[in-house]
Write a protein that binds this ligand. Structure first.
Ligand SMILES: [Zn+2]
Length: 238
């Protein structure tokens, strides 16, 4: 009896410790999406673990190691070599733009506009950049071509990771996105209003605000509340 109570307690504690995840049906089985922190998330698909921008501010204590790691840009909240080293195995494929591959040597380099096919999914690197915001006049936080957003196609579902960007024309022109992760924080990316305008243009079926520290994501959701074909998913990222 005592053992049973102990086991029940243990099961409860483990369930409580597991981060909340969303499961999507695809033509090739379930896609499990686990928000971790800020721009960090994990995808599980076709028996593989895909970590996006793993950052040591997240709690990785219950996370499996990576079969794939995607990195968007050089800033510390996206490129954390120590965390990459902890999550990678000998077989891990790391995908990154050239600027990141200077630090993460051995990464598969993708530039904006390039496409690649891996065994379980396909990926396209897309632009992410500032139009107007930077550390001083004439400079931008994210210059065009340095970082990558990514579109992953997994079992027919198209998942868009915006990276650190404003609502650039390339975002607004996206087609057939099922699930989108869109940033919003000042001064580095954009406001919830700009993010909502970008999302209204490309109309994903589902959108997760991410990388939103200090921003009002309820205001973002309110701006999209009349868009019945767009589901806004507010999750705990901090
Ligand atoms: Zn960032």
């Amino acid at each position: 009896m005592t053992i049973r109570i102990l086991l029940c307690t243990l099961a409860f504690l483990l369930a409580a410790a597991a981060p909340a995840a969303d499961t999507e049906k695809t033509a090739a089985g379930d896609l499990v999406i686990t928000p971790i922190r800020h721009a960090s998330l994990m995808l599980q698909f076709a028996g593989k673990v895909i970590h996006i921008d793993p950052w040591s501010q997240g709690d990785y204590s219950s996370m499996p190691r990576a079969d794939y790691i995607f990195i968007t840009d050089i800033h510390g909240d996206h490129l954390d070599k120590a965390m990459v080293d902890k999550l990678k195995k000998d077989s891990t494929i790391i995908v990154a733009p050239a600027a990141v591959a200077k630090t993460i040597t051995g990464a598969v380099v993708m530039n904006n506009g390039e496409k690649k096919k891996f065994e379980e999914f396909e990926v396209e690197a897309v632009p992410m950049y500032n139009i107007q915001r930077g550390p001083q006049p004439g400079a931008l936080y994210h210059t065009k071509g340095r970082g990558n957003g990514y579109i992953l196609t997994l079992g027919g579902k198209r998942l868009y990771l915006a990276g650190d960007t404003e609502a650039i024309p390339e975002m607004k022109a996206l087609k057939n996105i099922d699930i989108a992760f869109v940033c919003m924080n000042l001064p580095y990316t954009m406001t919830p209003e700009e993010a909502a305008a970008g999302v209204k243009a490309f109309r994903p079926k589902v959108v997760y605000p991410y990388h939103y520290r200090g921003s009002d994501i309820k205001a973002f959701a309110a701006l999209l509340k009349d868009e019945k074909s767009i589901e806004v998913r507010l999750r705990e990222w901090y």
